[in-house]
Design a protein. Structure first.
Length: 619
């Protein structure tokens, strides 16, 4: 295919994918396997059309004709296998699930295509885990002891993966094919209308003049932008290209600037209302409304951003930094009058979710709300060309999520078909001797290790199918167990050695990647221990009566002040190591709900504050 014809085919395929999902969002989904297989087909076609055999990265102009022909062959093979499944599915159901040779051949080819497309788009990590899972399923009868099983023959394995909703087409791909795509498309339309620029200008006009202003702009704009993007790396690239140079310009170290942007961008994945793709999967797995997941994420995400904001303020105090002069900043009134209307669809989305609309319907009507509201001003108007570009952009972003969900589905199929999930729970509980704290540490490390080479969604799915039942068996609230895994999957993107979000920030800042990642870990310290607290005290994920929830929230906010000062070694003035240690204790006791602990933590914090104030007066 020539370059022009190929680009046209990519555009048509991407727009076709978006139109298909808009149609099913309004008029209803097809049967589970048909809906999910068509969604997967579009993702496969886009991957084979846009990402060469060598994997992600700039496509070389000198790519061989043989390689191009191979990509086109895989494109046609993807089309053939999925079209076969869609056309034959009714007959397969009529046969009671009995498979023919053709079914098995097509199923085997589709599994290989998914593995190859995942390798191209997400790297080797997830396909290798899937391949190990396949080997475990096929050769499990040769493994001695509790880890072994009676074995699964190749025909049974392929049939289970291909014609049931327990393998390739299990819950994650189902959620991607219904909810996630529509929300990604919603974000693409918001970006097309200029909402991203509005968030940056709004943050600048609000906090740019404050002490260390650009860092606070980074936090506010990344927090807002993250609610519509759901991708931490995309967030860094979008807002960081503006905020990081400004932070460096007023005096922040390059590694600090990169770390602040990375931490702020990571928080977007668990900041309501949109959050990351894994939040939709969580709602579906738990069988609860998506708005309930948003509510559970609200307090921890506010604590996360408040702690980061305070630490950035302390850093500015230590360095004696000022903000950006007011005359160089956009005026808040002008920003709101010019682009403020663009935020209305986000409020509509929340309203529709609250009154009981499904995420799919809420997303669908919010997309058309963006279209309509964009016409209020000439500079925000989404014309026909922008409309098509938004359709294409949404599909291009969603292809990786779809492949991650499909490949994770292969592993989920192995877990359920071999009974590994039940064995894993038993073995971990035995190893931890029934101690919840030890089990939490085991699941925490599993989630973070999975997240080192996988997307947040894939890391969450793989950890929660194995670790989730362990925590629930030990008495953890199911929502708290899932949120626990979700948080550590999110913050794995700023955790070395493969801290992709921190490295993206370091790339823009021109700072050492590892130093930036370790500093990002320090700035995000609260995110590493608060999941333990909401497991023991679910009031932090909005479980309990309103008075207890508000009381826990307010004392936790004060605890963030203690934590920030302890980490930065600064309150009114520099702190010695004894005072810092005491502040760590105060932070923990304040963030942990409870009257006695709150009084103890508050007493320590007030005492240190008064001591510092007296010393300053003497000076």
């Amino acid at each position: 295919m020539g370059p022009i014809r190929k680009s046209h085919l990519v555009t048509l395929t991407a727009i076709g994918m978006s139109v298909f999902h808009l149609y099913t969002a309004q008029f209803g989904l097809f049967s589970a396997i048909v809906q999910r297989s068509i969604h997967l087909l579009f993702a496969l076609l886009l991957i084979f059309l846009t990402i060469p055999m060598g994997g992600k990265g700039p496509e070389k102009a000198t790519q061989s004709k043989l390689s191009t022909l191979w990509d086109f062959f895989l494109f046609l093979l993807s089309l053939a296998t999925v079209v076969y499944l869609v056309l034959q599915f009714r007959e397969i159901v009529m046969r009671g699930g009995a498979t023919t040779t053709y079914d098995l051949i097509m199923g085997g080819i589709l599994i290989l295509l998914v593995l190859e497309a995942t390798r191209r788009s997400l790297g080797w990590s997830l396909p290798i885990i899937a391949l190990l899972g396949i080997l475990y399923a096929l050769l499990g009868d040769r493994i001695p002891g509790l880890w072994g099983h009676k074995g699964v023959d190749l025909e049974s394995f392929v049939a289970y993966q291909f014609i049931t909703t327990e393998g390739l087409f299990t819950v994650p791909l189902g959620v991607s094919a219904s909810f996630i795509f529509i929300f990604i498309l919603f974000a693409a339309f918001l970006v097309a209308s200029g909402t991203g620029e509005f968030f940056i200008d709004f943050a600048n006009s609000l906090t740019g003049n404050w002490r260390g202003g650009p860092a606070k702009v980074a936090i506010v704009s990344s927090g807002f932008f993250g609610t519509i993007s759901g991708s931490s790396v995309a967030n860094v690239v979008s807002t960081g290209s503006f905020t990081i140079p400004l932070m460096k310009k007023i005096g922040y170290e390059p590694k600090f600037a990169g770390a602040v942007e990375a931490v702020a961008s990571t928080g977007g994945q668990f900041m309501p209302p949109v959050m990351g793709a894994a939040a939709f999967i969580m709602a579906d797995m738990l069988g609860i409304p998506y708005i309930r997941v948003c509510l559970a994420a609200m307090i921890p995400s506010i604590l996360y951003y408040f702690a980061l904001f305070y630490m950035v303020h302390l850093e500015a105090l230590k360095l004696g930094l000022k903000g950006i002069p007011k005359e160089q900043l956009p005026r808040l009134k002008k920003v709101i009058l010019q682009r403020g209307h663009l935020i209305l669809p986000a409020f509509l989305l929340v309203y529709l979710l609250v009154i009981g609309y499904s995420p799919m319907k809420a997303g669908f009507w919010s997309i058309w709300a963006v279209m309509g509201i964009s016409f209020f001003k000439k500079e925000t108007r989404i014309g026909f060309k922008k409309f098509l570009l938004a359709l294409e952009k949404g599909a291009m972003i969603s292809r990786e999520v779809a492949l991650a969900c499909a490949c994770a589905g292969i592993i989920i199929g192995v877990v359920t078909q071999t009974g590994l999930g039940l064995k894993f729970s038993t073995l971990v509980i035995e190893a931890c001797k029934g101690e919840l704290f030890l089990a939490l540490i085991a699941v925490m490390f599993t989630s973070m290790i999975m997240g080192l080479g996988l997307t947040t969604s894939a890391a969450y799915i793989l950890t929660v199918i194995l670790g989730g039942p362990v925590l629930i068996k030990l008495g953890v609230d199911p929502l708290a167990a899932h949120m626990f895994v979700f948080y550590y999957a999110c913050i794995s993107t700023i955790t070395p050695p493969e801290a992709l979000t921190a490295y993206a920030g370091a790339g823009i800042a021109g700072s050492p990647p590892f130093a930036t990642a370790f500093l990002a870990m320090r700035l995000a310290a609260i995110a590493y221990f608060i999941p333990f607290l909401f497991v023991y005290y679910p009031v932090l994920i909005w479980k309990g009566d309103l008075l207890h929830i508000l009381s826990a929230f307010l004392t936790a906010i004060i605890g963030c002040l203690a934590l920030g000062s302890a980490i930065q070694g600064h309150m009114i003035s520099r702190l010695n190591w004894v005072l810092r240690l005491l502040l760590f204790i105060a932070a923990f006791t304040l963030i942990k709900p409870g009257m006695v602990s709150d009084i103890l933590g508050g007493g320590i914090l007030v005492a240190i504050f008064l001591l510092q104030r007296m010393k300053n007066r003497k000076r």
